[in-house]
Each structure stands twice: as structure tokens, then as C-alpha cells.
Design a protein around this ligand. Structure first.
Ligand code: OAD
Length: 249
């Protein structure tokens, strides 16, 4: 039976999903779209109005920390009001259902943890956490709006969002954890990512090489689609619930 998006999930796919044991979900901005959080690319994408190079780089921050923090304050305002949607919730239930389940997210919005997911690798960081530019210590700063822009550490130095900016390396420990999950999974779900930002865009190939089945959920085709066994071209909220009703409801 087709769902409200006119999508039919073949029985064979349902069975293979049901029988998987070691599952990884890789998420991107699309999973939070149904919570009202703008994605980065596409018609309503964040980068349509703001140039990434002006805002999400260390160079931009050094040049104009106030501008960069104003942009983050604006995003934190939107995300602070957002609630997890059925897609986030389905992943929480999957974690309880499968013997091994790892969630790798590129999102910095914290909505997976807010929904209740526990084994989450926030590979691009978290926009509620900040890092002192002098002492390098990290702490959570959750005021919305921020009380001072740009915010400072108790030591007086500027703090920056504890997120990965363009041109920066990802945390090697998180990369290692992600890699271990990818090489040992039998099912990889790729949800709501345009699959164009490295090194994460290379993760599906790692799982594929290790023999995992790949299922993508995205209303659009992506560069990752040809690599997948199956692509569900629709929104993740409804489709994740349908893909795993045994786990979810
Ligand atoms: P993008 O904005 O590049 O892609 C979002 C994807 O979600 C697109 O492929 C959409 O088609 C899809 N999408 C939209 N609505 C959806 C829905 N309801 N259900 C499922 N999918 C939907 O976001 P990311 O791929 O996450 O990096 O971007 C990757 C990285 O680029 C981000 O983590 C960020 C950005 O620069 C950093 O901040 C380091």
C-alpha cells in the first residue's frame, strides 16, 4: 500500500531492515526540516541568503566575530524553539530495537539527543556548546538570545561555537568511532543529507565496501543515490516510521 507521499516500500526491503542486527543511521539537515529547521542547501537552504565563506570559517570568525555570532544566535533562536519530529523519534526507537545501533549526525542542532537518542556521534559538533579560543575548554552556553555578542569565556577570551567550520578537521576520536560503526554494520540508513560535504560524504562507501545494505531517504536524488540498494524519495518523518513499524509502534 502506498503512503501519503505515494511511496511504496517493497516487502523485501522491509524484511531486510527487520532482519538487520548492526545498524548505522547517518543523518543530515533534512531530518530536522520537518521540525522547522532550515537545511543548508536547496531552495530554502541557509546558504541561499548567507555565503558560507562569510560565516562558517575560522577566517570569518577572526575577521568579524560579532557577525558570525549574530548568525549563530539567529539559528539558535530557530532551533531552540524546534521540537524533534517523528523521524527523530523513529531513530530513538530503532536504538532500542536493534542489538547495535549508532547514529552519526552532521547536524549541530542537538535534536537527536533532545528526542532521546543516546549513542549519537555529533560529527560536526553542537551549536549549544562553545569553545574558549584561549584555553580550548568547552562548555554549554544555551542562552537564547545570547546575553552578549560575541560571548566570552570567564577568562575574558572570545568563545566560538564548538562546531566544525569549512576547512577544519573533524575530531579524530569521533571519526574513529564512526569508522568502526561503519565497517561493522549490516545496514546503513542515509537520511536527509545532500552527500556533498566531505569527509562524511565518503562514509556510505566505507559501509558499502564492508558489505552493508544502503538505504537512502531523501525527497531528492543525491550523489549517494547510485551507491544505494534502495532510495526512498520522500520525507523522513513518515518514511522512517513506515520502514520499521516493527521497531517503532
Ligand atoms: P544539506 O542542506 O546540504 O542537505 C539537506 C538534504 O535534506 C537535501 O538533500 C534535501 O533534499 C534533504 N531533505 C529536505 N527535506 C527533507 C525531509 N523532510 N526528509 C528527508 N530529507 C530531506 O544538509 P547536509 O547534507 O546535512 O556542515 O549538509 C552537510 C553539511 O553542510 C552540514 O553538516 C553543514 C553544511 O555545511 C557544517 O556545518 C560543518
Amino acid at each position: 500500500m502506498k503512503n501519503t507521499q505515494g511511496i511504496l516500500i517493497p516487502e523485501e526491503i522491509r524484511q531486510r531492515v527487520l532482519n538487520a542486527k548492526r545498524v548505522v543511521a547517518l543523518t543530515g539537515a533534512g531530518i530536522s526540516a520537518e521540525s522547522g529547521v532550515p537545511t543548508f542547501r536547496g531552495a530554502d537552504g541557509l546558504w541561499q541568503n548567507y555565503r558560507a565563506e562569510e560565516l562558517a570559517t575560522l577566517h570569518a570568525f577572526r575577521k568579524d566575530p560579532e557577525l558570525v555570532w549574530k548568525w549563530y544566535d539567529w539559528r539558535r533562536g530557530i532551533i531552540g524553539k524546534a521540537q524533534p519530529n517523528p523521524g527523530h523519534e523513529a531513530l530513538v526507537r530503532m536504538e532500542a530495537f536493534y542489538p547495535r545501533f549508532t547514529l552519526i549526525t552532521q547536524n549541530v542542532d542537538g535534536l537527536h539527543r533532545k528526542a532521546g537518542s543516546r549513542n549519537v556521534i555529533e560529527i560536526h559538533g553542537n551549536l549549544w556548546r562553545v569553545r574558549c579560543t584561549e584555553e580550548q575548554k568547552t562548555f554549554y552556553l544555551e542562552d537564547v538570545p545570547l546575553r552578549e555578542i560575541p560571548p566570552r569565556c570567564a577568562c575574558g577570551a572570545l568563545v566560538r561555537p564548538d562546531v566544525v567550520w569549512f576547512g577544519e578537521s573533524l575530531d579524530p576520536e569521533l571519526m574513529n568511532r564512526a569508522r568502526q560503526a561503519l565497517v561493522s554494520c549490516d545496514l546503513l540508513l542515509i537520511i536527509g543529507t545532500s552527500g556533498v560535504v566531505q569527509p562524511v560524504a565518503g562514509f556510505p562507501a566505507v559501509a558499502r565496501q564492508a558489505g552493508a545494505m544502503l538505504i537512502e531517504i531523501n525527497p531528492a536524488q543525491t550523489p549517494l543515490s547510485p551507491l544505494c540498494d534502495f532510495t526512498l524519495n520522500g520525507k523522513s518523518g513518515e518514511l522512517l516510521r513506515e520502514l520499521i513499524p516493527h521497531a517503532v509502534y
